[in-house]
Design a protein around this ligand. Sequence first.
Ligand code: ZN
Length: 444
Amino acid sequence: MTMHASAPPARPADGVCGAELHDLAARLYPICRSITGDGVRQTLAVLSEHLPIAVREVPTGTQLFDWTVPQEWRVRSARLRDPGGQIVVDFADNNLHLMSYSAPFRGRMSRQALSAHIHTLPDQPDLIPYRTSYYNRDWGLCMAHSRFSALPEGEYDVEIDTDFVDGSLTYGEYVHPGTSDREFLLSAHICHPSLANDNCSGLAVLTMMAAMLKGRRTRYGYRFLFAPGTLGALAWLAANEERAQRIDHGLIVSCVGDAGRPTYKRSRQGSAEIDRIMAHLVKRRGGSILDFSPYGYDERQYCSPGFNLPVGLIQRSAFGTFPEYHTSADNLAFIRPECLAQSLDLLCEAIEIAETNWTPLSLNPKGEPQLGRRGLYAAIGGRHSTGASAMGLLWVMNLADGRHSLLDMAERADMPYADIAAAAALLRDHGLLSDASAGHQVAE
Ligand code: ZN
């Protein structure tokens, strides 16, 4: 079987699919997720309505390279009452009010003493910040700065009912098997509470993408991970050191629902095929390409030197650059159905290229072949009924020296991959090309 023989995955129909993606994100949004705990399990249960996700539990204390699975965090409630007994902050209203991994605490204290444990954003006074304290045990509450500033002096009552227990770290894994043993990894973090773009968007897009792949024949196996940031990726890598070597392409997917243009951060390798695929697609959408840096999401683990896997990061607005990032303004209004759909479409195109890229070799390399005689030039200046353009046909024949893949050609011609692929398919059907990649393709 040759590289171009597999059917590419279906492309989503924009409108319908955008609403579905947003609905799924909206169901995930209220759940209080953290790096461990029931929020992750509840989220996986919702995703499991679409996919048979394997839920992995890694016990507290398990060594993950240089890290250790922490105790599981449980939350029942968190409230702050003012001197008059009125509730001013309630975890039940918005889970961002409680610092993630906050220690339990009960007590009364002055406004001054309280202020050391209250997190606000003076520059964005109406927003609640998202704060965590995973590795430094402390208690804390988060609230709008304007609200805190307005609080009178007096005795405040704090009641944070949380605890830490020996339990496990939870992550979800779903594999769409391919006809080869090579893999494409797609991963989204599952550890943020009510933050729509920086969590729910990636989970929704990857879940729908996995659901769309069901029943399709693909060359690559597609491994979907829904895992808490850092520790989840480390847990998967620690359990799959051998298997990780099968990953030919990988993408971390996060912040894919806002109205910004796409941003792709290259893998540490820098020019892996996934880097070139994404650069091609993102550039054609007017987005930006960033070089690798060891700061960001789980590409940090997959691209650590002991693995150095070809795993990049796809976002729309880059994390940390939009004012809504890690605040209560990263809500369901901030992510848009059409933007979620466009992100899914981008990923589907990436898969299509990974699945169908091949290297043509011209069977008529001396002088241009006479396209008109074969009926291939009929639509010069326009498009052939197969979708191939005249320029696409000329570029493919010219670059078909057995050293240029379709992706190389698309880059060199500055044309969409789909146009080049359509031209190559037509030329092959007319006996003008053979497949130079047939001998050294992915083992099957
Ligand atoms: Zn984040």
